[in-house]
Design a protein around this ligand. Structure first.
Ligand code: NAD
Length: 363
């Protein structure tokens, strides 16, 4: 078992990573507070892994909530239903919520824990690769509003994260790839050596080789933990975690949520952000090709959707949270392994980058 620590003073917490961690009784119990525990999961993950959790909680007053599966249930209504159960069963401030599932379950549960009686303990047991390397780490919790994704939320850190790599064997391949996109992002923004490691070891990772999987998850969590420790509330450095996301969000929103998985849209977004970095004179054409090639080898999309025009991108990118004073700001690369803080980008250059990338780069 590997352990990464998120260093946030008296709110520091461990991320445990390894095979079959859900079978290790003492691990989960060591993170609980009080006798009352609610496990929040969904109708897909519950039947697969809930038993493993509940058997560890024999000595606790345990309640289980199984949510419907899907991003469309990441709403205040769902959070309110969790509050209802907690109140009905008289959960006190001295209780713990456990999130068992992917990023959707984690974000909902974390937000419920942040709000219930002004904050109770919670533990993340992420069951998708994306949740293990990204959403369960760093304390962003929240739900969607009809007028915007992730618009209602709180920064709220868990007591700990248990990332059991054996649960990934039941995850659909497309979901695995979406997680690998975020892993590649960490190499691109923060660690050239890790990017090179991924170029060499992608095959092993995709074959679920235990050592490769553990290393990729651990290094991703270390990088995210380091960035979050330096800038918990995204006043500066943390913004680089959004590399590829400004284009990616435009693609998700413009094509309709559901056509692309988040990691797939981010994959195309990272290609466009690399192309933009090249056009700004920051990285070489060879670097752009390395980025596209690695994502393509992983089975991730790298071509931009035909249905979106350049004007669509500019319109959609204009509503990004990183923008300031009416300027579109994008994270670009200084080199492979080093991202710059968000830069204001001339819309004419953005348009040219999108047009020319579509015409010549990704075929
Ligand atoms: N909080 C953050 O910092 C942060 C970061 C990135 C993304 N997010 C959020 O995370 C969400 C996306 O998370 P996700 O990609 O994990 O999607 P998800 O939670 O929807 O999970 C994807 C699918 O896989 C299923 N699943 C989960 N674990 C499984 C397993 N082991 N075996 C079989 N099926 C399994 C789920 O039921 C679901 O159908 C979005 O809502 C996004 O906004 C949050």
């Amino acid at each position: 078992m590997n352990k990464v620590s998120v260093e946030l003073g008296d709110r520091r917490y461990p991320i445990y990573i390894g095979d079959k961690l859900l079978a290790q009784n003492d691990l989960l119990v060591s993170l609980l507070n009080g006798r009352q525990v609610m496990v929040v999961t969904n109708t897909t993950v519950g039947p697969l892994y809930l038993d493993k959790i509940v058997t560890q909680l024999k000595d606790f007053d345990t309640l289980v909530i199984e949510l419907e599966d899907g991003e469309q249930y990441k709403t205040l209504d769902t959070v309110n239903s969790i509050f209802g159960s907690l109140l009905e069963h008289r959960f006190s401030r001295n209780s713990t919520l456990i999130a068992l599932g992917g990023g959707v379950v984690g974000d909902i549960t974390g937000f419920a824990a942040a709000c219930y009686q002004r904050g109770i303990h919670f533990v993340q047991i992420p069951t998708t690769l994306l949740a293990q390397v990204d959403s369960s780490v760093g304390g962003k919790t929240g739900v969607n509003h009809p007028l915007g994704k992730n618009m209602i939320g709180a920064f709220y850190q868990p007591q700990g994260v248990i990332a059991d790599t054996s649960v990934l064997t039941t995850l659909p391949g497309r979901e695995v790839n979406a997680g690998v996109a975020e892993i590649i992002k960490y190499g691109l923004i923060y660690d050239p050596g890790f990017f090179e490691w991924l170029e060499v070891n992608l095959g092993s990772l995709k074959r679920y080789d235990e050592q490769a999987l553990n290393h990729a998850i651990q290094r991703s969590c270390e990088i995210k933990a380091e960035i979050v420790s330096a800038d918990e509330k995204e006043a500066g450095l943390r913004a680089i975690l959004n590399f590829g996301h400004t284009f990616g969000h435009a693609i998700e929103a413009g094509c309709g949520y559901g056509r692309y998985l988040h990691g797939e849209a981010v994959s195309i977004g990272m290609c466009l952000a690399s192309e933009l970095s090249y056009r700004l004179g920051l990285i070489s054409l060879q670097d752009v090709t390395r980025c596209i090639h690695l994502l393509k080898r992983c089975g991730l999309p790298v071509t931009i959707p035909e249905q979106l025009s350049t004007d669509d991108y500019l319109r959609l990118m204009a509503v990004d949270k990183k923008n300031m004073n009416g300027e579109i700001r994008v994270i670009v690369l200084n080199s492979i392994g080093r991202a710059c803080l968000p830069q204001p980008i001339d819309p004419a250059l953005l348009g040219k980058t999108i047009d020319e990338y579509a015409a010549c780069r990704a075929s």
